[in-house]
Design a protein around this ligand. Sequence first.
Ligand code: FES
Ligand SMILES: [Fe+2]
Length: 420
Amino acid sequence: MSIEPALSLEDLVARQTPGMSLEQPFYTDPSIFERDLERIVAKQWLFVDHVSAIPNPGDVITYEIAGESIILVRGRDNEVRAFFNVCRHRGSRICLKAKDNVRTLTCPYHAWVYDLEGQLIRATLMPEDFKPEDWPLFACQVRVWQGLMFINLAKEGDPDVIDFDEIEQSFAPYIEPYRLDSSKIIAIKDYPTDGNWKLAVENFRECYHCAPAHPEYTMVNAYVTDGNRDRPARDKVVEAWAAEWEAKGHVTRGLRPWGEGQNDKQPIGVFRQPIRDGSVTLSEDGQPVAPLMGDLKQWDGGETLLIFGPLFYVYLANDHATLFRFTPVNATHTEVIVTWLVRGDAQEGRDYDVDKVVWMWDVTTVEDTKIIGDNQLGVNSRRYEPGVYSARERGTIGFVAWYLGRMGGKPVSDDAATCA
Ligand code: FES
Ligand SMILES: [Fe+2]
């Protein structure tokens, strides 16, 4: 179904009801998907990959998002740069592979040659007054932080883009001790998801579905059942854990997403909590599956969720990190890539077993692709109508309110809250 002919997107946004899921076109209509890309995706700092994906000068990866192909390349000076994959001659794609190592960036069409810093260094048979220095590749904003590479498709100074420093300052105390910059990738898995990107995000931002849909996750994480049974009792457990570990110098309390003092450009947040009594990590038996990450000296049994806006999430356990990258592909399909990291000097077989590290999020993400796909199929129905979110879907309510705000609706209110 598409937008009713007489109805503008603005009208459609304005008539959505707070606390309820969106009307069908938001999850199915290609023209709304295009606006999502323009108004939201093209304004976000987007995670691309871990720095170890391009360790050497000349290493190149490309990332396809929002109709663009972006080149990330490590220069001879070891700096990571990003460029739009668009030749300055007549616009051809330059890098055609997802991963490569090159001496120059050479366009396959008429062989214009750019150096790794994006300068045009060779173009044959051009007019005499042609100056190669006037035709560098179009730079894309890029930031490398804590070993994570981010790009932003917007032009520098775009008022809709959050200052990346704000993300760094907010997250530094939570993420720095894990030293993701010196950690290593042990697994990357692709979970093609047949759902609109907002259904994937809505699902990721609530745990109302955890007990019915994720038996493994529910077994590992006490908050799922404890929070359903007796929320005040669960809050007391979290508070006691936080007080104990704060006294030992650990950062324990989260930064509330979508809350007071938060920007409405790229909503960020941190959620931190104990996993389960007697468990120190997110493994099947709660016991370590890899050495302590980075600068950590003790197991505190906590897990951290860092929310870098709607499309990138980092889960930190004491001995491994799990990165979730969502890439909207079309109105009903989302690419979900999950990457696992452990301490850089850990050795497979001696210090960790990949299957044990990836177990919980792998099985959980497979289940998520299924429930998101089924959600999309139901939403496609002639009879679908928006439904009411529960008290355990506050993160989802917050996301949808923020989304509507970015699409021209009322500004995000402070009552749109944190993880359920
Ligand atoms: S389009 Fe690239 S060299 Fe012609
Ligand atoms: Fe889930």
